[in-house]
Design a protein around this ligand. Structure first.
Ligand code: AMP
Length: 415
């Protein structure tokens, strides 16, 4: 199957060829013809599936077909994203895929000066990629006119709702013309997403693709049961001993991410935290360092990591399990590298056993556990093990664990 056969024009096909894409991904195969036909779309697809091109290519083609090259260029396509990083990436994709077309895209997000954005909007742009808050600032100051928008894309809609953007989205919808095409992309379908989709979409084409590493056929998953207070030491030990070079570590909170990155630095590992409280510059630098290898460990919250173009990693670590099981699937979907297996490990303390049970229920399977000598938990993952029989054949006997605790790293292990 080729990009041409989906109905894309030569200029767009050339641009994707320049990127080295040989054939469309599943979400592109299904979404592009539907969007070109002018239909609304409900797409279940997460980062890494090629979803950005799935909407950017047909949107660009639609805009090019009715191009308004006059002096005044109204905003005709609006893409909303939850995070600045995702907005920047999506904006960049529009620029790359649209390089042979006479169309302009700009990116609008908070945390950076507003004046360059105002200047870009004043010059006239066809596509705006924005986070909701800053877009509303512009609307409030009348520096953006959304009354000519023909296509609206909600990218990672589930995450936008998680981040509390529903009210902002509603306020933005009120600024758009009633007649328009609506595309909604979401990795998950909670009730709120269905409600939003019902309200927003008119007889949508529906596309559902599995995450690229659909619950981990290619991802080797492992649970390390251990005590909470020993997690940091264990992580440093594993990274060093197994010589992991590029590790994405997930924590639940921003504060936890900062603290862990600092502690890892003290352990001699180059580590940086990435989360919503960091300035745009700091986040970009951290991501850059991680990609080029100068930062060995990137510690991230789910929200900060979502939408980042950092996948195909060899190692993902759940330092803390997410309380939403779907987030686990998103996290581990980052691993797996060009056909090789990736590894996703979870450091799980007794307090997290309910989260683990929820994840295993979603995956419909039990994750293998490995207790590492010297790190046996004082409090085993009781309920999970009890519920599921003796899954952890390698779970140490209480006596064994106690004996081992008395040795070696005992100074930290003393109760
Ligand atoms: P996305 O899901 O939009 O975040 O895309 C994930 C990655 O896949 C990006 O780095 C894209 O450049 C890449 N990509 C998108 N479409 C294709 C394709 N058809 N073939 C190969 N790579 C692609």
């Amino acid at each position: 199957m080729s990009f041409e056969s989906l109905g894309l024009e030569a200029d767009l096909v050339r641009a994707v060829r320049d990127q080295g894409y040989n054939e469309p991904t599943p979400v592109q195969r299904e979404a592009i013809p539907a969007v070109l036909a002018g239909r609304d779309l409900l797409a279940g697809a997460q980062t890494g599936t090629g979803k950005t091109a799935a909407f950017a290519l047909p949107v660009l083609q639609g805009l090019a077909a009715s191009s308004q090259h006059g002096k005044f260029r109204p905003v005709r396509a609006l893409v909303l994203t939850p995070t600045r990083e995702l907005a920047a990436q999506v904006g960049e994709s529009f620029r790359i895929y649209g390089r042979h077309l006479d169309l302009r895209a700009t990116v609008i997000f908070g945390g950076v000066g507003i004046n360059p954005q105002i200047a870009a909007l004043r010059r006239g742009v066809d596509v705006v990629v924005a986070t909701p808050g800053r877009l509303l600032d512009h609307a409030g100051q009348h520096t953006v006119d959304l009354s000519k928008v023909e296509v609206l894309v909600l990218d990672e809609a589930d995450r936008m709702l998680d981040m509390g953007f529903l009210r902002d989205i509603r306020r933005i919808l009120a600024l758009l013309p009633a007649r328009r095409q609506n595309l909604l992309f979401s990795a998950t379908y909670a009730k709120e997403i269905r409600q939003l989709a019902d309200k927003l979409l008119d007889n949508p084409a529906q596309v559902q693709v599995a995450p690229r590493n659909a619950t981990a056929e290619r991802v080797d998953q492992l649970v390390f049961p251990l005590d909470k207070r020993r997690k940091r030491e264990f992580l440093s030990h594993m990274i060093g001993q197994r010589n992991w070079r590029q590790v994405l570590v997930f924590t639940r909170t921003k504060h936890g991410a900062n603290r862990l990155a600092q502690q890892l630095e003290r352990d001699g590992l180059s580590a940086t935290a990435i989360h919503g409280n960091k300035s745009q510059g700091a986040r970009t630098r951290a991501l850059h360092g991680f990609k080029n290898g100068s930062v060995r460990v990137l510690v991230a919250t789910d929200i900060a990591a979502r939408g980042l173009d950092i996948d195909q990693l060899p190692h993902v670590v759940n330092y803390e399990l997410p309380n939403v099981p779907e987030d686990y699937v998103h996290r581990i979907g980052r691993t797996g590298r060009a056909g090789r297996e990736g590894q996703a490990v979870s450091l799980v303390c007794a307090e997290e056993h309910d989260y683990l049970a929820g994840i295993e229920k979603l995956l419909k399977r039990e994750l293998p556990r490995e207790v590492v000598a010297g790190y046996e938990p004082e409090a085993p993952l009781a309920r999970v093990a009890a519920n599921r029989g003796r899954t952890a054949g390698n779970r140490p006997q209480p006596g064994q664990a106690r004996r081992r605790r008395g040795r070696g790293r005992a100074s930290r292990a003393a109760p």
